[in-house]
Design a protein around this ligand. Structure first.
Ligand SMILES: [Zn+2]
Length: 216
């Protein structure tokens, strides 16, 4: 798999050899840049008392898209998990794990549903847990959703099943095999668990197959 990937990497990015020798050159984090700060303060985040912008960092990664090409991705996470995120995404990249998009939710106007419909892998978003008035761990940058279209959030409201995003309904049946499905054999699952995260697919009353979070 690595050999196959080398071919892709060297075609798309001439510096692939360098990257293998010095992987962290492309995987790093920095304080939230001013432009992103300004955008964030134009959202409900400006009234946030539970989390400060200084608790968050911008992580830069590379990932392999569904087009088999190398792409740059960005994630905002809590600085307490920044090193975990870098190590996990480096591993996913080196093992050719496919992530369709890794863009900030600002690209989707902070609309989680729009981000999920676009199968966008993302972390920080100042928002409530769907169907509740409790702040999601995404609000603290301590949760991340991986390939959400193929790994929907499945829960019940008044005895009725809700699948989010709704266009991911065909992926709610986890007994069938399909690409990009996260289960306990999945590399992302194994890496997140190794780094002390829990998986939403292990929850009892609801199943959030895209979701990993860490208590810090
Ligand atoms: Zn989530």
């Amino acid at each position: 798999m690595i050999k196959y990937f080398c071919i892709i990497g060297s075609v798309v990015l001439g510096s692939f050899t360098y990257m293998l020798n010095d992987k962290t050159g492309y995987f790093y984090y920095e304080p939230i840049p001013d432009q992103i700060k300004e955008e964030l303060f134009q959202t409900s985040f400006k009234n946030a008392t539970e989390i400060s912008i200084d608790d968050l960092v911008l992580v830069h990664i590379l990932h392999i898209g569904f087009d088999n090409q190398v792409h740059k991705g960005r994630l905002i996470v809590n600085k307490k998990i920044a090193n975990d995120i870098i190590e996990i995404f480096e591993k996913l990249y080196l093992y050719n794990y496919k992530l369709e998009k890794v863009e900030l939710v600002s690209e989707y106007d902070y609309d989680d549903n729009l981000s999920m419909i676009n199968n966008n892998t993302s972390a920080f978003n100042y928002r409530y847990i769907e169907g509740t008035k409790r702040l999601s761990n995404h609000s603290y940058g301590l949760a991340i959703d991986i390939n959400p279209l193929y790994n929907p959030f499945v829960y019940n409201v008044g005895g009725k099943q809700v699948i989010s995003p709704s266009i991911g309904s065909k992926y709610a049946d986890r007994t069938i095999h399909f690409e990009h499905k996260i289960d306990e054999n999945d590399l992302a699952y194994k890496e997140f668990i190794k780094h002390g995260f829990t998986w939403g697919g292990s929850w009892n009353n609801k199943k959030d197959y895209q979701h990993f979070e860490k208590e810090v």
